[in-house]
Design a protein around this ligand. Structure first.
Ligand code: NDP
Length: 477
């Protein structure tokens, strides 16, 4: 079998490899992907550092053309790349193709941003002096990504990093190297000079840690768990380097008595269970007022009965498998914890067998949960959702905000007053009214508050805040 190698200083290198296994069919090896070493990572950082002076001064048209070419190729190959994504991560084929399209759109967006780079000229308070405010690239950016969005998250970090003139060392999650390899191959062939983009696949404790320990990495953008995020933060402070963290969530969706029941059930089913609940923006707490509680639970349970859990590649599958055995164990451990804490298992909770061997779990719904239970406070990152009964809107809002996280929050209501109040008073970075908490646009800011995020927002124009450093220059006329 071919080994998909690392890209370091413009050369494909590496002979040791790890198997990429399909979670829908564990007999299938998606491919063999290089297992990077400390030395590979150091070489990649050195190559990115050497390539920075020229790339940071490259023309905006060159950057535009390369990013546009990459976006166009990803779009042209959306079915093939979507299938690769579904096979390595386990989200359904339509979800995977949708994610691939989003990756293409992100490259298109930043291809445009390259042409819109601008600064400001303002008068000084002193006569005859002009002041220019411009943005410089940071230098070498370390990109560390998780497994749950194998093409979109790499895209939303790679595209702005390159657009603003930085060079890159990119380490994808070991579980899902295939889409990252494909995207790097596309960018490399689109014409990036040698060393501007370096890919080092391999273990977080080896490749990721070497990036954290390097004084030559000027910025690290990280998406993943809270625990690893803390390591990124500590190491970055040590090196006085900029960092950006996107971490977990325990996103609430409030359902009020006056909600449109169908809208509320669709939003809850989508954001709780689609993509196997493995989205940082998934709603894992449904906070429901008394008047609609029983009707809502009955309608949601009826909806869950119609959802098909099966091989991600099969047409008609609504929910693919859990990503791997370790995550499946986490999910089933939390189901056991929920039972012991006294929540009522209203639906699911069991492993399922399908034609192909994989990590299949029923969508699982707990009712009679409290906001103090561990299943309501800790991120599970699987298709496991709790319903918390509350008296009224005020208690719902307080419960929604009573969490260490603050990524996304939703409300289902037909009341303009409550929707408006919720948008203003939710302590989350993203708020959805009558929509799932997951599923966001590619051209507007993404990110959270409290324990969910640290540093500037990702995506859209706001991405410039992380990937550039502002310079203020004074000139005597
Ligand atoms: P991890 O934190 O385990 O991994 C994230 C990345 O960090 C991986 O590439 C991993 O490498 C790497 N890594 C691991 N150890 C180190 C280290 N010592 N130094 C540097 N890098 C390291 O998270 P998961 O991949 O398991 O992702 C799931 C988590 O990510 C969930 O908690 C989820 O909520 C969160 N997430 C948050 C999002 C957000 O935008 N807020 C979006 C998506 C996910 P490797 O895997 O190869 O070991």
């Amino acid at each position: 079998m071919t080994i998909y190698q690392n890209l370091i200083a413009g050369e494909w290198v590496g002979s040791d490899a790890t198997k990429n296994i399909n979670p829908s069919d564990t007999n299938e090896v998606v491919g063999l992907y290089a297992d990077g070493t400390v030395e590979d990572t150091k070489n990649a950082i050195a190559a990115a550092k050497a390539a920075f002076p020229a790339w940071s001064r490259s023309g905006i048209w060159e950057r535009h053309v390369i990013l546009k070419k990459a976006g166009d190729e990803i779009m042209a190959r959306k079915d093939e790349l979507g299938a690769l994504l579904a096979r390595e991560e386990g989200k359904t084929l339509p979800e995977a193709i949708g994610e691939t399209i989003r990756a293409s759109q992100i490259f298109e967006f930043f291809a445009g941003e390259a042409l819109r780079l601008a600064g400001e000229i303002v008068p000084s308070v002193r006569p005859d002096i002009g002041v220019e405010i411009t943005r410089d690239p940071l230098g070498v950016i370390g990109i560390i990504t998780p497994w749950n969005f194998p093409i979109a998250i790499p895209a939303w970090k790679l595209a702005p990093a390159l657009c603003y003139g930085n060079t890159v060392v990119f380490k994808p999650a070991e579980l899902v190297p295939a889409c990252s390899w494909a995207i790097v191959d596309i960018l490399n062939r689109a014409g990036l000079p040698k060393g501007v983009l370096n890919l080092v696949m391999g273990r977080g404790s080896v490749v990721g840690q070497t990036m954290l320990d390097s004084p030559d990495v000027s910025g690290i953008t990280f998406t993943g768990s809270t625990g690893t995020g803390r390591r990124v933060a500590a190491a970055s402070i040590e090196h006085n380097r900029r960092f950006q963290l996107e971490m977990g969530g325990k996103n609430p969706m409030v359902v009020l008595d006056d909600a449109d029941l169908d809208v509320a059930v669709e939003a809850a089913a989508n954001s709780g269970f689609f993509s196997t609940g493995q989205r940082c923006t998934a709603s894992s707490r449904l906070i429901v007022t008394e008047g609609i509680h029983d009707k809502f639970v009955a309608a949601l349970t009826a909806k869950l009965e119609t959802l098909v859990v099966d091989n991600a590649m099969k047409s008609g599958t609504h929910i693919g498998p859990v990503v791997d055995e370790k995550q499946l164990k986490t999910d089933t451990d939390y189901i056991e914890i929920g039972r012991k804490e006294g929540a009522k298992l209203a639906f699911g909770g069991e492993l399922i067998k399908r034609e192909t061997p994989g990590f299949y779990l029923q969508p699982t719904l707990f009712t009679e949960a409290t906001n103090q239970m561990r299943i309501s406070r800790e991120e599970i990152f699987g298709p496991v959702v709790s319903v918390i009964r509350v008296r009224d809107y005020e208690e719902a809002l307080a419960t929604a905000n009573d969490t260490p996280f603050g990524l996304s929050a939703g409300i289902a209501t037909t009341s303009l007053k409550h929707a408006t109040h919720f948008k203003r008073n939710s302590e989350a970075g993203m708020v959805m009214v009558n929509l799932p908490t997951a599923g966001v646009d590619f051209h507007v800011p993404f990110g959270g508050r409290k324990g969910s995020s640290y540093g500037p927002r990702e995506q859209g124009k706001y991405a410039a805040e992380f990937y550039t450093s502002v310079k203020t220059a004074y000139t005597l006329a």
